[in-house]
Every structure is written in structure tokens, then in C-alpha cells.
Design a protein around this ligand. Structure first.
Ligand code: DC
Length: 221
């Protein structure tokens, strides 16, 4: 079974996807971490994130592994470093590359063939797993999402003013929505969940209830 969770940054996708996978005994996949790992590789290689030819020749050299909820790039655990703001910006740029999207899309589909999956990102229910059994689109008010991101950055030891976090997020939202390739939008059959006024636990309960109902429906068929 494939469960997709898409939505903008700060909607609580990672927490929900990780928790849901744990409750159901499924594998959790954070596809944003994959884009971020490619961004880190781009930074390390010193190439431009908009140089399509350079990206296309870099990708086959990369060994990307997602294991136990952690991201490895060429054997190194990069789970923390990929959360830094400069990688967030680079990731957004590499996410516009057709080569990168194709490369990561393929890796993501391979995951789906191997195991029961809860996968989160921007295009999982629309482009990568259009036939997923259960699709969610998580969203939240921009101010709530920015506050969550601001707290996350503080935990990384970065004191960026809240207003700046909100401004950068608005820019990213706009670009995510307008991207030619895989723009951020809910799949027509996605369940839309506004997490603005829900705790992480409440979101999880709600998603689990939907999935269990779906599983029950499948069993009764
Ligand atoms: O969810 P995140 O902030 O970790 O994602 C990092 C970047 O990758 C962000 O700019 C959106 C992009 N992304 C994407 O285009 N498609 C996905 N399936 C996941 C992330």
C-alpha cells in the first residue's frame, strides 16, 4: 500500500508521515531530504544548480540512500547539514531541474515497489504515485508554518527573525506553485487537511483513521 502526503513546507508533513508510518508499520520516505541531498552534492561539486548539463552528469555519480529515517550521500549521514538555509535555497533550485526530478522520481518509485510506504513531498500523489491508495494534502496558515520553521531553525542554532522566515516562505510558496514541472497542487483525489489548529497528535489520529477506514474498505471488497 502507498500513502502519499504532499503539501507546502511547514504543514507538518514530515512529522505526520513519520508518525503514521510508525503506527502502521510502513516505511517512511522523506523526498524533500532527497532533493536536499542532491543540493548538497551540487554545492560540494561547485556547479551551478541551473546548469542542466552539469547536473545530468553529476547525478549518476551520486549514491543516495535513505535508511532508518536518515539521509546518506555517498555513504555519509547528511541528515542535519541538509537542513541548513543555504541548502534549502539550493534544493528549491535543483527541484526545477528535469534531470533531477526524473532521477529522484525513479528512486522514489523503486521504494514503492519494495515496501508499504508513507511518502511525503510535493508531487507524490500527483506525479510519482498517481495510483496511491491513500492521498493526503496537508496545509496550514502561512503564519503558522513560518512559526514552525522559525522554531526548527532555532533548534539548529540559527536566530533568523520570524518576519524574514515568513518572507522567504512566501517567496518559496509562490515559486513552488508556479513551477512548470510538478507544481505544488493537491491530487484531485487527495484528502485535504488544514493543520493550523491541530496538534501533531491530532493530525496523526485523523490520518490514521482515514487509512484504517480505507484498509477496512479494501478488506470488505
Ligand atoms: O520539504 P523540503 O523543504 O525538505 O523540500 C526541499 C525542496 O525540495 C523544496 O524546495 C521542495 C522540493 N521538493 C520537490 O520539489 N518535490 C518533492 N517531492 C519534495 C521536495
Amino acid at each position: 500500500m502507498i500513502i502519499t502526503i504532499d503539501g507546502p513546507a511547514g504543514a507538518g508533513k514530515s512529522t505526520a508521515a513519520r508518525g503514521l508510518a510508525q503506527r502502521l508499520g510502513f516505511t517512511f520516505l522523506d523526498t524533500g531530504a532527497m532533493y536536499r541531498a542532491v543540493a548538497l552534492a551540487v554545492q560540494q561539486a561547485g556547479i551551478s544548480p541551473t546548469d542542466e548539463a552539469a547536473l545530468a552528469s553529476l547525478l549518476p555519480q551520486l549514491r543516495l540512500e535513505w535508511q532508518g529515517g536518515r539521509m546518506f550521500l555517498n555513504g555519509q549521514d547528511v541528515s542535519e547539514v541538509i537542513r541548513r538555509p543555504e541548502i534549502t535555497e539550493l534544493a528549491r533550485q535543483v527541484a526545477d531541474s528535469p534531470s533531477v526530478r526524473q532521477f529522484l522520481g525513479q528512486l522514489q518509485r523503486q521504494f514503492g515497489q519494495r515496501t508499504n510506504l508513507v511518502t511525503e513531498g510535493r508531487d507524490q500523489g500527483t506525479k510519482i504515485f498517481p495510483h496511491a491508495e491513500c492521498k493526503f494534502f496537508l496545509t496550514a496558515a502561512p503564519e503558522v508554518r513560518a512559526l514552525r520553521r522559525w522554531r526548527e531553525l532555532r533548534q539548529l542554532g540559527l536566530n533568523i527573525p520570524y518576519e524574514e522566515v515568513l518572507r522567504q516562505q512566501q517567496e518559496r510558496d509562490q515559486r513552488d506553485a508556479q513551477r512548470c514541472l510538478a507544481p505544488l497542487q493537491p491530487a484531485p483525489d487527495a484528502i485535504i487537511v488544514d493543520t493550523s489548529h491541530l496538534s501533531a497528535e491530532q493530525v496523526l489520529d485523523l490520518l490514521e483513521e482515514h487509512v484504517r477506514r480505507r484498509l477496512q474498505g479494501n478488506a470488505n471488497r
